[in-house]
Design a binder for this molecule. Structure first.
Ligand code: 0WD
Length: 256
């Protein structure tokens, strides 16, 4: 469908073919969006270029952006402004925590590790919303990626669970701020998906098989399902929704 024909959407967080942001890319592309990518490293830039070629997706622009660095964010959105002028959507699919803090007891979290997880996984949404809203002069939609570990204690998710709680609260406060400019902010809370980041959390296989066993739909989640739910949030089909966290998890979160 041409749900996003003529819309410019920025995608942050494609590391490789397994990234959730890649599933989102495919959904947005199929809906006719013009895509602008940001990535952090030279290594992932090369991967992204290859991936786009392989899938015959013509990016409008690829810019480098490290969300840990305000100057990098400012420069990235300035480059985007110079190239496309107006943007209508932003995908935030970025998170980070130290591997050693994604196991054992949460009580052992270091001050540094706590702050780093908050900075990259939660504050980054605040920082990019501030930059993106200047380019969303025709209104817009911002979508981030979260996980159930924000609401419940999930083994080993630890410091990232606390960062995701902060991310979801940020979604609500940001939604209030930018709503008056016709901009919406929402989150998708996906079930476990095997990606580069997921490998960093111990016990991934147990989590994945629990979904297949206990969730109402009795099956796992993939990047394409998250892509389509994110497409819904970016499109006008969700025009009445903001500040929301939508679970794409085969219904797992309703089961006690
Ligand atoms: O089961 C899962 N995989 C779930 C993931 C379930 C529910 C939610 N999520 C969330 C993650 O917490 C994250 O917010 O989805 C988002 C995307 O995660 P992913 O697709 O699982 O992870 P991955 O493919 O590893 O991409 C994460 C990317 C990084 O890849 P690099 O190239 O750095 O290895 O996050 C980005 C980066 O693209 N990233 C950064 N981008 C800019 N600046 C930074 C940074 N400082 N740090 C990480």
């Amino acid at each position: 469908s041409g749900l996003l024909q003529g819309k410019n959407v920025v995608v942050m967080g494609v590391a490789n073919e397994r990234s959730i942001a890649w599933g989102i890319t495919k959904s947005l592309h199929n809906a006719g969006a013009n895509l602008i990518f940001t990535n952090r490293q030279e290594r992932s830039y090369k991967k992204l270029v290859k991936l786009l070629e392989k899938h015959e997706i013509n990016p409008k622009q690829i810019v480098s952006c490290d969300v840990a660095d305000d100057e990098s964010i400012r420069e990235a959105f300035e480059e985007i402004k110079n190239e496309v002028g107006v943007i209508h959507g932003l995908i935030h699919s970025v998170a980070f925590a130290k591997r050693e803090e994604l196991q054992g007891e949460f009580a052992n979290t270091s001050r540094d590790g706590f702050l780093l997880a908050q900075e990259i996984s939660a504050y980054s949404l605040v920082a990019v919303t501030k930059a993106a809203k200047e380019l969303m002069t025709e209104g817009g939609s911002i979508v981030t990626q979260t996980y159930l570990g924000s609401e419940r204690v999930i083994p080993n998710y630890n410091v990232m669970g606390v960062a995701k709680a902060s991310l979801e609260a940020s979604v609500r406060y940001l939604a209030e701020d930018v709503g008056k400019y016709g901009i919406r902010v929402n989150a998708v809370s996906a079930g476990p998906i095997r990606t580069l980041s997921a490998k960093g959390v111990s016990g991934f296989n147990e989590k994945a098989s629990l979904i297949e066993e206990k969730a109402p739909l009795r099956r796992g989640i993939d990047q394409d399902q998250v892509g389509d739910a994110t497409l819904f949030f970016i499109s006008e089909l969700s025009r009445g929704i903001t500040g929301e966290v939508l679970h794409v998890d085969s219904g797992f979160h309703i089961i006690g």
